[in-house]
Design a protein around this ligand. Structure first.
Ligand code: SAM
Length: 287
């Protein structure tokens, strides 16, 4: 394989990173009809939040394609997720002081901690250096951002975090998943929680055109070989595109596997089907 060794375990580590950026969320509110972000439905005061967040938005290509041309929806989705996280902390009795978003991309979620909840010490990391540079350049300096790599290890102290999130990250981790779980357990305080989104039998059974994962799966030769309506195979299923690169797979887990394997590292405090849309959420608590 061509390339530098760093890119076997990370992405874009040696590229120059130049970006164009969009305006702040306020610029796109009136024209984005993708979702009706009403305060009543989402229990979020979007108007007040827009006023506080003056940072630029990333171009669609600099945010993993999230929400295509619907820039306000991209921004609002992160705020909705922060609302959900804070509600989970309240429910589970977690006082949120220290928070890490693993696989934070260009800050879809953590920007809202910085602008709306600056009292929370917020860390973000990603294997893609381009995302790390983007956040460093354009979002508040209160965010502590670093590049990690796909060998599980985080430069954070034991028992130092109340909350770790991984939105659509374990859906792509093809190897060392249990080591990652051990690593997340190490950095969480006892009682702290991990919010991890996963593809499960719910995703598999309900996947349909229009879902972000649908076209990628339909084009995968191993998936195409399966008879129509075949159930999700037992255990962990990896649909991989490149052998010699991280982050090039779609990964599914059955709940039986999650309970049997992940339940060894964490108490499975809550599971939510397709929250908010496509992937299930596991809320794992360090005992
Ligand atoms: C589908 S995107 C989700 C981005 C972000 N969490 C969000 O919800 O907007 C997956 C992200 O995880 C990152 N990633 C993949 N494997 C990773 C790993 N082992 N450690 C950290 N980040 C990873 C990718 O670079 C990408 O930014």
């Amino acid at each position: 394989m061509e390339g530098v060794w760093e890119d076997f375990i990370s992405l874009n580590s040696h590229k120059d990173h130049d970006f164009d950026v969009l305006g702040p969320a306020a610029d796109y509110r009136a024209t984005d009809a993708h979702t009706d972000w009403s305060a009543e439905t989402f229990h979020v005061d979007f108007d007040a939040a827009v006023q506080r967040d003056t940072g630029p938005l990333p171009l669609t290509e600099d945010r993993e394609g999230y929400y295509g041309p619907h820039h306000f929806s991209y921004w609002a989705s992160g705020l909705r997720d922060v609302r959900n996280l804070r509600a989970a902390c309240d429910r589970l009795g977690v006082t949120l002081n220290d928070y890490l978003d693993l696989g934070c991309s260009s800050g879809r979620v953590i920007r809202h901690m910085a602008y709306q909840h600056p009292e929370v010490r917020t860390y973000g990391c990603d294997i893609n250096a381009a995302h790390v540079v983007w956040v460093t350049k354009y979002l508040p300096e209160s965010l502590i951002i670093f590049q990690n790599h796909s060998i599980p290890s985080l430069p954070l102290a034991d028992n130092s975090l109340d909350l770790v999130t991984a939105f659509s990250v374990f859906t792509h981790i093809e190897a060392f998943e249990t080591t990652w779980l051990m690593e997340l357990r190490r950095v969480l305080r006892p009682g702290g929680i991990a919010w991890i989104t996963v593809h499960t039998e719910n995703t598999w059974n309900d996947m349909r055109p229009g879902w972000p994962i649908h076209d990628a799966m339909a084009a995968h030769p191993d998936f195409a070989k399966l008879p129509d309506g075949a159930p999700l195979p037992d255990g962990k299923s990896v649909f991989r595109w490149h052998g010699a690169r991280s982050y090039s797979s779609n990964v599914f887990y059955t709940y039986a596997y999650i309970r049997k394997h992940w339940g060894r590292y964490f108490e499975i405090a809550e599971t939510h089907k397709q929250l908010p849309d496509f992937q299930d959420v596991l809320i794992l608590r360090k005992r």
